[in-house]
Design a protein around this ligand. Structure first.
Ligand code: OGA
Ligand code: MN
Length: 217
């Protein structure tokens, strides 16, 4: 029997699949994809509040460069503070977050044989005046990083003048192009970790996000 619930569920699934298909064709065409409204404002507010609480409890550490066994804190390269998220022992916010991520990963693996087996994510705060110089995410010494994913958790009146654009460098017909992406709340940016250099421009207002990587074997 077709109940209202089944209809609603099918509509939601249809919408999600259309969104995932758009991500896949973007990645094939240009190696990055920008998805507005991946998280709705209720989810963004809840995730940001959870992040802020943890930040106030002083759980964050200065982000380093290099991998986890070979880290150096280099303020002239990046100035953000991070807290790794453990999916298994997260709370309600992390559960909401990962249910969306897992649904996307499941779709990518099922329809594109992406072979994503691992993922790692951290909460991120860029205090006023900080930035992250141009880099490749494999700089982190981890060749398994396949897709980088940044979810912006700023509040709803975030303005372009606040700075903190994610600038992605692409190559079109041999010419370098810069794509400036504003960290608007609910927006998610996905790009090929091994392919696209990028940077975070200096921020003028604290900037909040969840950053992570989808990894192959
Ligand atoms: C990173 C990164 C981009 C952003 O953490 O490696 O490039 O927009 N972040 O926060
Ligand atoms: Mn990066």
């Amino acid at each position: 029997m077709l109940t209202t619930d089944t209809v609603l569920f099918e509509q939601l699934e249809f919408k999600e699949n259309a969104q995932y298909e758009a991500i896949i064709s973007d990645l094939i065409d240009k190696k990055y994809s920008i998805i507005d409204g991946f998280f709705d404002m209720v989810e963004v507010d809840f995730l940001r509040e959870t992040l802020r609480k943890k930040y106030e409890e002083d759980n964050f550490k200065k982000a380093a460069i290099g991998n986890r066994t070979n880290e150096v804190v280099e303020k002239s390269i990046r100035g953000d503070f991070i807290l790794w998220i453990n999916e298994a022992d997260g709370g309600e916010a992390e559960r909401i977050y990962f249910s969306k991520i897992n649904s996307l990963v499941e779709y990518l693996n099922r329809t594109c044989f992406m072979g994503i087996l691992h993922k790692e994510f951290h909460y991120t705060v860029y205090p006023e005046g900080t930035y992250y110089k141009r880099h490749l995410d494999t700089f982190q010494n981890d060749g398994r990083r396949k897709l980088s994913m940044v979810c912006y958790l700023n509040n709803e009146n975030w303005k372009p003048e606040n700075g903190g654009e994610l600038t992605i460098y692409t190559n079109e017909y041999g010419e370098e192009k810069q794509i400036d992406i504003y960290p608007f709340p609910g927006r998610v940016v996905i790009f090929e970790s091994q392919e696209l250099e990028h940077e975070v421009k200096p921020v003028k207002v604290p900037r909040f996000s969840i950053t992570g990587w989808l990894k192959t074997r």
